[in-house]
Design a protein around this ligand. Structure first.
Ligand SMILES: Nc1ncnc2c1ncn2[C@@H]1O[C@H](COP(=O)(O)OP(=O)(O)O)[C@@H](O)[C@H]1O
Ligand SMILES: [Mg+2]
Length: 253
């Protein structure tokens, strides 16, 4: 069966992906601060909305007002798309809100988007490392009694293993929602992993990396498609600019 592709609507990038992201893939967008991860995600939803596809932007960092301000920089009117029910922004205050994963799943079920963005995944996975959260979760599932939880958790479950388990369960639930999703991950300047938590790159169907390199007064920005299941794709670095959103530099491709 041919794989249906969901295009970004960005000339040069869609060609590099052989048409776009295979439908129902979960794709990690990794890169340092200011490389344009949120811009790329927003652009993906705005261009989908132009074709009548519903986009849901779940953010742990920016609310609708913040994102609208960012969109304005690129000439996009987000409020208009929200009014047409083609775009919804759900802001999650990771510090103050409980049941964060439930809120995400409920908002997907409620809005039924074609395109989904979760920005950022590492804020979520950091949050799962909180022992209180873990204890709550395991007690809800009935796998741990409140009386023994203090003893059992630190001995049997390392924070890292717990984080991986929770992220695996969460990503597989997102996969089951049948959306085509971008998940952002902020990377430190130097590191061995493709995602901040070190596991999401293995669980996701695709990994797109945004690189920034400053040499003297010159800066180079490049996109690299590191992995894309169910599709052939460009393997080389692709130069881009941040102008009216992400723009691929044709002469570099
Ligand atoms: N009007 C604009 N024109 C061109 N580039 C812009 C404009 N506004 C912001 N930017 C660039 O976009 C960057 C922010 O992109 P963003 O998508 O928020 O990055 P990330 O989510 O990876 O941190 C800024 O650091 C700036 O370089
Ligand atoms: Mg961002």
């Amino acid at each position: 069966m041919p794989v249906n592709k969901i295009p970004f609507g960005i000339p040069g990038l869609d060609e590099a992906l052989n048409g776009g992201i295979p439908e129902n893939n979960l794709v990690l967008i990794s890169g340092g601060a200011g490389t344009g991860k949120s811009t790329l995600c927003l652009q993906y939803l705005v261009n989908g909305a132009k074709k009548g596809e519903k986009g849901l932007y779940i953010s742990t960092e920016q609310n609708l007002a913040d994102l609208s301000k960012q969109g304005e920089q690129y000439g996009w009117n987000l409020q208009e798309l929200v009014d047409k029910n083609l775009l919804r922004v759900v802001y999650i205050d990771i510090i103050r809100e409980d049941f964060v994963f439930k809120k995400i799943k409920d908002s997907i079920q409620d809005f039924k988007p074609n395109r989904l963005v979760i920005d950022s995944l590492n804020t979520l996975s950091d949050f799962t490392a909180s022992t209180d959260f873990a204890r709550q979760l395991y007690m809800q599932r009935g796998t741990m009694s409140p009386t023994i939880s203090d003893k059992v958790l630190p001995e049997n479950l390392t924070e890292n293993l717990l984080k991986r388990k929770i992220m695996m369960a969460f990503l597989s639930e997102i996969k089951n929602t049948k959306t085509t999703a971008l998940l952002t991950s902020e990377l430190p300047e130097k590191g061995d992993y493709l995602s901040a938590d070190g596991v999401s790159e293995f669980l996701s169907d695709g990994v797109i990396i945004l690189n920034y390199l400053g040499v003297g007064l010159t800066q180079f920005r490049s996109i690299q498609i590191r992995k894309m299941r169910y599709s052939n794709h460009e393997k080389d670095y692709i130069g881009y600019d941040l102008k009216a959103g992400i723009e691929i530099q044709k002469d570099v491709v």
